[in-house]
Design a binder for this molecule. Structure first.
Ligand code: NAD
Length: 266
């Protein structure tokens, strides 16, 4: 398979391109900025996802795309609109026109950020985004479903929790995913013969988890890392953080409290 990774210069892209290299000898990298650690044997093409013609070019001859590119945090509507709405649409449209067979889309837990922490949710709940960023990821999932159902693209959306080597606070004990486990999910999306349109939660084996990830397990996902192994460290870090009465209630954390005024008196 010839793979394209968008957002290849970012945090996850930098980790994934190394983790996936053994499995896929041919990987094309793209981002709006160049990776700082690009090696001479790696193919990199700088492209802004908002430019359809250029996005079309980088998808040509590709079998599977890992779509990480985009604005990866809260942001203004202009920024989110350009990178995550127009950019994401361009990516799926170009993939379809170029005959790409599979797309793995980096969705986010912020698609469902306004579910309370005491509620365990699966992949079939109504989206409850906690930010313009979360809305853009819900849009990406919807575009993915359209191209899967209408045009036969095989699409996997991974609602990624928090990608780090270890969970860094209490919330991350519930949503953490180690890069190696994420690479396992990405490979399922790129290779499993029964994928049409699927949503997985991007989390490791987290005892404190809020998500029913049985859909991913159905496709053979066996996360190897446990957030509980880092509990003491994560809770010590949590103790140094200021309380966040709204953020601490909801799964999306500070994305929920940011700009929050739903309790105001009319
Ligand atoms: N890191 C996490 O824990 C996490 C959690 C949930 C979802 N995600 C999603 O995973 C993906 C990767 O996240 P990350 O942590 O590596 O973020 P990142 O910001 O480090 O990387 C994103 C990359 O996308 C590129 N990009 C932004 N706008 C672009 C555009 N218009 N055209 C081309 N490239 C553009 C940036 O230059 C950057 O290198 C993102 O889509 C993010 O929303 C990440």
């Amino acid at each position: 398979m010839h793979i394209l990774i968008t957002g290849a210069a970012g945090n996850i892209g930098t980790r994934l391109r190394k983790l996936l290299k053994g499995a896929y000898p041919r990987i094309r990298l793209s981002d709006v900025r160049s990776p700082t650690d690009l090696r001479s044997d790696e193919e990199f093409i700088a492209v802004d996802l908002a430019d359809y013609e250029k996005v079309k070019k980088i998808t040509e001859g590709i079998d599977g795309i890992v779509h990480l590119g985009g604005h990866a945090r809260r942001g203004s509507w202009d920024t989110i609109h350009k990178s995550n709405i127009i950019g994401c649409y361009n990516l799926f449209e170009a993939a379809y026109r170029s005959g790409v067979k599979r797309v793995v889309f980096a969705s986010s837990n912020h698609v469902v950020g306004f579910y309370p922490r005491e509620r365990k949710i699966g992949v079939d709940v109504t989206v409850r985004p906690d930010s313009r960023y979360g809305v853009s990821k819900a849009f990406g999932e919807a575009v993915g479903a359209l191209y899967a159902d209408k045009h036969g693209l095989r699409v996997t959306c991974i609602r990624i929790g928090s990608v780090k080597d270890k969970p860094i606070d209490q919330r991350r004990l519930s949503i953490w995913i180690k890069p190696e486990d994420l690479a396992q999910l990405v490979r399922i999306g790129l290779e499993h013969p029964d994928i049409r349109f699927e949503i997985f939660y991007g989390s490791s084996n987290n005892e404190a988890g809020w998500w029913d990830n049985s859909n991913a397990r159905r496709f053979g996902y066996h996360p190897e890392f446990r957030s509980e192994d880092f509990r003491a460290e994560a809770m010590a870090a949590q103790a140094k953080l200021p309380p966040d009465p709204i953020g601490d209630r909801f799964q999306g954390g500070s994305f929920c409290s940011d700009e929050y005024d739903a309790d105001r008196k009319w």
